[in-house]
Design a protein around this ligand. Structure first.
Ligand code: SF4
Length: 371
């Protein structure tokens, strides 16, 4: 079994995976309890699928009753420079590191498919493949498979790759010799909790997604809570602050995977403010950003523009404030209010007379309140 395990591991490495581990398809009672509490406290916000898939999450056998081993695979996407530096460039549309390149789901799935073919052809072993595509507690299994540990920010930390590993899983219907002993190396550090702009890390190892910029800019479809908008800064898709500050990143190395090297999506906010839905779909066709759709993307760009202190963006926002979508109109009103001089704000009176939508009228009413 040890030889078989090594053979499978070596094949995964030749396909480009940087780290591979194996564990049992079993979720411990403490993890189940904490996940239940997370849901009961509504810390998952509007991610209702987490509730719907609770049973599957805590028992991989519901997903595939033949599974005997969970193989966890990690791919390094380490950036060249610390992403925290990007927070200083207010005119830049600051997307999470993982979203600046090709969609990792597509890149990894190709590798997993090759792995699956090899398993069946060479070893006659069936398998099931997952890359963020099914209800699997992937960080938990990565920890159990000795890929790293779940840091106080709840994400995976690796001694070798820091915060920068994409994860995937392969379910195998065979038992392998396992010797798991993952250790938590956070010690007294609290850097990730201290840096979180919105206080989403409510305690060590506890997150409230409703305050998390990643959740708000990617999963959440409504208007951003007023009190959080300024804290979002220039972030337009996800947030890497808690990952970037982790001291373990000093051992990480930048990825050399060509699919994750470019930063084609890194542009100024003005570049995106003129995007139509058609242009959005074309520009982001290979990027994970396409998943949030044009309205959420424009909402994010508009709010970041309001935080930019860039008066030159006012003309774009005025144009967008006439858009049919109330989320876009409402976001523009907030951002115009941040950028315009007092005497220019008479425009809000004119908008009020024409506006019918209750939410947009609320945004207009809020223009003379301070946050
Ligand atoms: S920043 Fe510190 S506390 Fe947070 S995950 Fe890294 S080591 Fe752990």
């Amino acid at each position: 079994m040890q030889i078989l395990k090594e053979k499978i591991k070596q094949k995964a490495k030749t396909l480009g995976f940087d780290v591979v581990g194996f564990t049992k398809p079993h979720v411990d009672e403490d993890t189940k309890k904490k996940f239940k509490e997370f849901l009961e406290n509504n810390c998952h916000g509007e991610m209702n699928w987490l509730e719907r898939h609770f049973e599957k999450k805590i028992d991989p056998k519901i997903i595939w009753d033949e599974v005997q081993t969970v193989m966890v695979l990690g791919l390094n996407y380490g950036p060249k420079a610390n992403p925290l530096l990007k927070n200083n460039f207010k005119e830049i549309a600051n997307a999470s590191v993982y979203a600046n390149n090709k969609d990792y789901h597509d890149v990894i799935f190709k590798k997993l498919n090759l792995m699956q073919k090899w398993l069946i052809n060479e070893l006659k072993i069936k398998s099931k493949l997952f890359v963020d595509t099914s209800p699997i507690l992937e960080k938990y299994f990565a920890k159990k498979a000795d890929i790293g540990w779940q840091g106080k920010h709840t994400n995976l930390v690796s001694k070798e790759f820091g915060s920068w590993l994409f994860l995937a899983e392969i379910f195998l219907p065979i038992k392998l010799n396992l010797n798991n002993n993952s250790i938590d190396n956070c010690g007294n550090c609290r850097k990730c909790l201290d840096i979180c702009p919105t206080g989403a890390l409510i305690d060590e190892y506890k997150i409230d997604a409703r305050r998390c910029i990643s959740y708000l800019t990617i999963e959440y479809k409504g208007p951003f809570p007023q009190k959080i908008r300024k804290k979002i800064g220039n972030k337009i898709y996800g947030c890497d602050d808690c990952l970037s500050v982790c001291p373990w990143n000093k051992f990480s190395t930048p990825t050399n995977n060509k699919d994750f090297l470019s930063s084609k999506n890194e542009k100024e906010l003005s570049f995106f403010l003129g995007f139509s839905e058609k242009k959005f779909k074309k520009f982001f066709k290979d990027s994970p950003i396409k998943r949030i759709g044009w309205v959420s993307f424009m909402r994010n760009i508009i709010i970041a523009s309001g935080n930019s202190e860039e008066k030159s963006l006012i003309k774009y926002l005025k144009k967008l404030s006439k858009n049919d979508n109330p989320i876009i109109r409402g976001s523009c009103i907030w951002s115009l209010n941040q950028l315009m001089k007092e005497k220019e704000k008479k425009i809000f009176e004119y908008m009020k007379r024409k506006e019918k939508n209750k939410y947009v009228l609320y945004e207009l009413d809020m223009t003379n309140k301070f946050f």
